[in-house]
Write a protein that binds this ligand. Structure first.
Ligand code: ACO
Length: 323
């Protein structure tokens, strides 16, 4: 069997940092409220020229460098994003051009905050089927562009950034001890558009629109849906919570992360949390957290890593990876 092995990761964050203190001069909020309800202390905000494709390309270059590869070594690029530079073409094609990689396929995936899990799952299917050899899977967002900066219930929650991993198809025995993506689970329930959406788009309004969210409703669904998909992962693979070396959840809110880990029985010492410094970067949050925990030496080859995310749609999913 062919397994998709993670052979590199990297990230990119805009230089500009927006603190809670600065936000509280813009809307009626406070550092205490934001930390207590979300765990967020600061977030990065992209400058005008730091578009999603620019951040995605920087993260991709970092991931390629860590794998000792360059653009032409890649034959599949998937960018998970809900904030592309343009309505079309896909950000992935811009990244491809910037990296000097002109063969293979490149496309974007739109599953909002679950985008990285959807993109990783898709890339894994390509590699496992022998349809590509090496894939760049990127999560990149500039949510600052679609926030209503007068709405304190949403503008304090999000940030900009990008993260990327390089996957390579390698032969394995199909064992749980083999390196690679071991198991992926995707779900969606399209009845919940009104709870989390952007009120603009090319076809409905011919505008870009702003993010709208019923935070309490999203919170309630998130914990239930995430626990359900992870329990399915455990059931189908036979892996148990105590075998997970690192739990790397989508970084939306500290309380959702803590509640999910507690529900699953994963100790807080094995949870990677970056929401403090990054805010919710949607599809970028998991690869940003993975790159952070690889760079600081927490995640090591051979370890068992569990990722999960939930986002607009609703969409949600999880993946188990032997790093
Ligand atoms: N500063 C100060 N007060 C605020 C702020 C703010 N930034 N935002 C809201 N409030 C007020 C509200 O107006 C409300 O006041 P009221 O009681 O006078 O009406 C009060 O604080 C409590 O508001 P709630 O919405 O009940 O607060 P809650 O504890 O639910 O926290 C939050 C809100 C943080 C949005 C929470 O519901 C949450 O995290 N939800 C999940 C959102 C999320 O993670 N979304 C992303 C997941 S999917 C994805 O990543 C796209």
């Amino acid at each position: 069997t062919l397994r998709s092995v993670v052979i590199g990761c990297g990230h990119s964050l805009p230089e500009r940092v927006l603190t809670n203190a600065e936000l509280s001069t813009m809307v009626d909020t406070s550092d205490e409220w934001i930390i207590e309800r979300t765990g967020i202390r600061r977030r990065h905000i992209a400058a005008k020229e730091e578009t999603t494709s620019v951040l995605a390309t920087r993260a991709a270059r970092a991931a390629l460098a860590s794998a000792g590869l360059s653009g032409p070594d890649i034959d599949l690029i998937i960018v998970a994003t809900a904030t592309p530079d343009y309505t079309f073409p896909a950000v992935a094609t811009q990244v491809q051009a910037a990296l000097g990689s002109h063969t293979g396929a490149a496309f974007d995936m739109q599953a909002v905050c679950s985008g990285f899990v959807y993109a990783l799952t898709t890339a894994d299917k390509f590699l496992a089927a022998g349809a590509a050899r090496r894939a760049l899977v990127i999560g990149a967002e500039t949510f600052s562009r679609i926030l209503d900066w007068t709405d304190r219930t949403t503008c304090v929650l999000f940030g900009d950034g990008a993260g990327a991993v390089v996957l390579e198809a390698r032969r394995g025995d199909g064992e749980l001890t083999d390196r690679g993506v071991l198991s992926t689970h995707l779900r969606a329930d399209g009845r919940h558009l009104d709870k989390l959406f952007v009120d603009g788009g090319p076809s409905a309004t011919a505008t870009t629109g702003h993010l709208r969210m019923e935070g309490k409703e999203v919170f309630r669904h998130a914990v239930t849906c995430l626990a359900e998909t992870i329990e399915e992962t455990f059931r189908l693979t036979g892996v148990t919570a105590d075998q997970i070396d690192w739990f790397v959840p989508h970084q939306a809110n500290r309380r959702i992360i803590d509640a999910t880990a507690r529900k699953l029985g994963i100790d807080a010492s094995r949870v990677v949390v970056t929401v403090e410094d990054h805010g919710n970067t949607s599809a970028a949050s998991i690869p940003l957290a993975l790159a952070t925990a690889c760079a600081d030496g927490r995640i090591k080859p051979g370890q068992l890593v569990l990722i999960e995310a939930m986002g607009g749609g609703f969409t949600w999913g999880s993946a188990l990876i032997r790093w």
